[in-house]
Design a protein around this ligand. Structure first.
Ligand code: SAH
Ligand code: DHB
Ligand code: MG
Length: 224
């Protein structure tokens, strides 16, 4: 008997094989991440391709990522950049950052991407002090407990028209538990409420099924 999950996986395999096929760089990034003991919590290939398409649609020249892991999503986003584009990705764990830097170098993205190590809530104020040009796209995919803080920082570091993406907003449906004491659920709900109520944001959220189970993402556009 085919279970729902097996069917989700099979459909993902079909879409990915057709529309987001792996190449040597992406395959090596996952292989090296696994060999280094990193958890396999990177975006699915078809989600990576979605990130890349959104970055292209956005005409993104400057991308900020919060939560690098081994740089798999970073490669998808980095490949969307124009020749003079730049991506900064924030990672708490120095070991993850080392793996990511090697994976980004293999992808030929070591000039256009920068991995900054430390808790993102320390890296973000430092980044803001540098008065960087506004980011056109922010992908938030780190510790979910801080999701609302990350959306607040994204607002400070973007411009009207920028796109803010938030990964893993469903987590098997746990998001709907308003009384949850799970800090991740609370953080994600706070971030979604900000997207709903902040005068400078308009957004939505979409459920996904596939190799990452039942999950989803939210996206919001920064308004004038
Ligand atoms: N975006 C990646 C997956 C990121 S997994 C991909 O799709 O390929 C989440 C990452 O966030 C992990 O590497 C974890 O170490 C990192 N992280 C957790 N807490 C963090 C924090 N406070 N600041 C920065 N990164 C953090
Ligand atoms: C987890 C984190 C992620 O960013 C993800 O996409 C899936 C799982 C996790 O922490 O379990
Ligand atoms: Mg994620």
């Amino acid at each position: 008997m085919t279970t729902a999950h097996e069917l989700w996986d099979d459909v993902d395999a079909y879409f990915t094989g057709l529309l987001a096929p792996a190449d040597e760089v992406l395959t090596a990034a996952l292989r090296e991440s696994e060999a280094a003991g990193l958890p396999p919590i990177n975006v699915a290939p078809n989600q990576g391709k979605l990130l890349q398409l959104l970055a292209r649609l956005q005409g993104a020249r400057r991308v900020l990522e919060i939560g690098t892991l081994g740089g798999y999503s970073t490669i998808w986003l980095g490949r969307a950049l124009p020749a003079d584009g730049r991506l900064i990705t924030l990672e708490y764990d120095a070991k993850h950052a080392d793996v990511a830097r090697r994976n980004l170098a293999r992808a030929g993205l070591d000039k256009s991407t920068e991995v900054r190590v430390g808790p993102a809530l320390e890296s973000l104020p430092k980044l803001a002090e540098e008065r960087p040009d506004p980011f056109d796209l922010v992908f938030i995919d780190a510790d979910k407990a801080n999701n609302a803080h990350y959306v607040e920082w994204a607002l400070k570091l973007t411009r009207p028209g920028s796109l803010i993406l938030l990964d893993n907003v469903v987590r098997g449906g746990r998001v709907i538990d308003a009384d949850s004491d799970d800090p991740g659920v609370r953080g994600t709900r706070a971030a979604l409420e900000l997207m709903a109520t902040h005068p400078k944001l308009t957004g939505t959220a979409v459920q996904t099924v596939g190799v990452k189970g039942h999950d989803g993402f939210a996206l919001a556009r920064v308004l004038d």
